[in-house]
Design a protein around this ligand. Structure first.
Ligand code: EPU
Length: 302
């Protein structure tokens, strides 16, 4: 980015821009080279100006969220990484019985699930322990335990170069790990509205406890990006990788989890290239053994 563009970008956002900033610190994998710029936006006005600036200068950009489903290449990212802060981390309950929830896209999904649990609002129990943001969850229709965000999503607001635009549930199509019907490539999800149900708070608490226990029992901790591959059809990527005997396989600092084979763990010093080589090894072996090609769920940013 040239000096003139850098100056313009600095003037759009109130927080100072981080130039040439390593992205590992913003991802759950804790891997990744530097982005040209990392910007924090705190209001819809700032976000609108930023989207216009990026669009009119044909600059690549990407919202980081909590960097939970992301593998950033070692060579980094030639674009602008966006963090949603300030107003984008607010939440408001309204409507009859306060069953509608309006949340800024930067609000943590698991934290929102706990807040709803405390208020006796049902529908988001499945999300307890999912580490991303509600905005990211809306874009990829995050899910677990047979439920997904599409089940409770009432509205999505996106910020486009022309300003904010709202999509209601009927405008959207939800499928496995994908929401379509709104243009998330040229616009940023700025907020979502969920429609939940009043239910016995103890029952909700019990469901959340059960899901947390299952998650702790079945899924590993440590630096990872969640399920690495999408489940193919009705089968499970974890089962297929396990059946190929790949648990514990490692390249450099990246290792296939012993606890759940669809998780790749960064043991502390993994490079993105280690993860990619391990990914290809897994894909080749599973394809050879089971005839199934595993497609990554993790987004690769380069
Ligand atoms: N399995 C094995 N070996 C393993 C792991 C799993 O044999 O190493 C078997 C299990 O025994 C089970 C089957 O595979 O019979 C499915 O495993 P699991 O119940 O753990 O579910 P999953 O399909 O691997 C999915 C989601 C998770 C979500 C859980 C719970 C995908 C790719 N993953 O995992 O989502 O938390 O169900 O609902 O859809 C994520 O997307 O990041 C994520 C963690």
């Amino acid at each position: 980015m040239d000096t003139k563009l850098k100056k313009q970008l600095s003037e759009i956002v109130s927080e100072s821009v981080k130039w040439d900033c390593p992205l590992g610190q913003f991802t759950s994998f804790q891997i990744g080279g530097p982005a040209d710029a990392v910007v924090s936006v705190k209001s819809r006005e700032e976000l609108h100006k930023l989207i216009i600036f990026l669009g009119s200068n044909s600059l690549d950009w990407r919202v980081l969220g909590r960097g939970t489903n992301l593998l950033v290449m070692d060579s980094g990212y030639r674009g602008v990484a966006i963090l949603l802060d300030g107003k984008f981390k607010s939440v408001e309950f309204f409507g009859e019985d306060h069953t509608l929830v309006h949340a800024g896209a930067g609000f943590g999904l698991s934290r929102l699930s706990s807040l709803c649990m405390e208020r006796g609002l049902s529908g988001l129990e499945f999300a307890i322990g999912i580490p991303g943001t509600i905005g990211g969850a809306a874009v990829m229709n995050a899910g677990a335990w047979g439920r997904d965000l599409g089940g409770v999503l009432a509205e999505v607001e996106i910020m486009t170069q022309e300003g904010p635009r709202t999509y209601v549930r009927d405008d959207l199509d939800f499928s496995y790990r994908s929401t379509s019907g709104f243009e998330c490539d040229a616009a940023v999800v700025s907020s979502v509205c969920l429609r939940l149900m009043k239910r016995d708070a103890q029952e909700i608490r019990r469901a959340c406890k059960r899901y947390s226990e299952l998650r702790n029992k079945q899924q590993p901790k440590g630096a990872n990006a969640g399920s690495f591959f999408k489940n193919p059809g009705d089968d499970s990527a974890g089962r297929l990788i396990d059946a190929s005997g790949l648990k514990g396989l490692s390249i450099g600092g990246a290792v296939v989890s012993e606890k759940h084979a669809n998780f790749i763990i960064n043991r502390g010093n993994a490079k993105a290239s280690d993860v990619l080589r391990l990914m290809e090894l897994i894909q080749n072996k599973v394809q050879k053994d089971s005839g199934v090609f595993l497609e990554p769920e993790v987004h690769i940013l380069c």
